[in-house]
Design a protein around this ligand. Sequence first.
Ligand code: GYE
Length: 322
Amino acid sequence: MRHARRAAIGALLGSALLLGASLTAHADDTKITLGFSQVGAESAWRTANTVSVKSAAKDAGINLKFSDAQQKQENQIKAIRSYIAQKVDVIAFSPVVESGWEPVLIEAKNANIPVILTDRNIDVKDTSLYVTMIGSDFLEEGRRGGKWLEDHYKNDAGPINIAELQGTVGSAPANDRRAGLLEVIKNDPKFKVIASQSGDFTLAGGKQVMEAFIKTYGKQINVVYAHNDDMALGAIQAMEEAGIKPGKDVTVISFDATKGGFEAMVAGKINVDVECSPLLGPQLMTAVKEVVAGKSLPKRIVTEETIFPMSVAAQVLPQRKY
Ligand code: GYE
């Protein structure tokens, strides 16, 4: 009797467990799987972007496959191919450079896997190769930096010599932040870009390039136009080691507006920081869900941003999220 009861309870428990298991399995089946190929871990911006993508995926209940391409396009292409082979529901990636994406995106299209671009844009003729692009308008950011510069020197006859620390060669933010600056200053001959080189968006790269600039141009440099905060911070180190006061002897313009950039502004070493938000995760997850649900999305989703001059830095810093 007791035995029979135990057996009955056992059977009941067993089927309950089975039911539970099948429910979980079912829930997992319905979860969206997103394959995301990140550029790398080159900057504070990138680290904040990775955290944003991972935590937004978790919050949205999306199964995220994440890979870091170490700033190499070939690694991103490999990652995208493996996501295609794994039959993920959606592929998203932040393209390290603008060109060379057609072949792999055609493969994704043929496999019926929608592709979403985040952060950086690509240069393709057939824009049906991706669903939407979520990220900043880097050209506008460059214009904002350029306009601040013009205004800052409006009562100065010049010449104003600019040394440019470029981001990764061929990347959308490097191309467009440069183009935005040149567009603004082109009609004002007192501004001259006397040196331009890539520091690959890293602190070490920015420092190294700035050391070389100082050797060649010394005191001729009036402005450092750094395509991101990490390179600006590296250039600041190089200037200080050479006895130059960043923010005073040399005007420093930077991009991203990370906490590190803000701290340098509070210390008087960066004069202006053009905001570029890395917190794209929530928007990306919304887009992923909408694509899977068959909704049509705008081709371009632009992040809202502003510009922070040094004078507001101390007041704004406590509210910065990255
Ligand atoms: O400005 C830089 C990062 O693509 C907007 O990449 C991004 C840029 C950002 O390494 O810090």
